[in-house]
Design a protein around this ligand. Structure first.
Ligand SMILES: [Zn+2]
Length: 85
């Protein structure tokens, strides 16, 4: 019996983050501290980034403060719920 746990990982790892930022064409802006947390508006850096949410209107960043992480989880849950109707 294979017990394979499917984990959803939202945390961005530094190497992946670099790739992602390059791909989105926003690495320069990120390095210049131009992005803020979607929820608490703190400046997002390599040290406090939790997740990146590319959306139709732009790219949202989430910092790693527990309230923001919780808000993001609720936000995504809500979004999925809306998608299903
Ligand atoms: Zn935050």
């Amino acid at each position: 019996m294979i017990n394979r746990e499917k984990k959803e990982i939202n945390t961005v790892h530094e190497r992946d983050l670099d790739n992602l930022l390059q791909r989105l064409g926003i690495k320069d802006k990120f390095d210049a501290n131009k992005f803020k947390c979607k929820f608490c508006k703190d400046i997002i850096t390599n040290d406090n980034i939790y997740s990146v949410l590319p959306e139709s209107g732009g790219i949202n960043f989430i910092c790693n403060k527990p309230p923001c992480v919780i808000e993001m989880t609720e936000y995504l849950t809500e979004k999925n719920r809306n998608k299903r109707g």
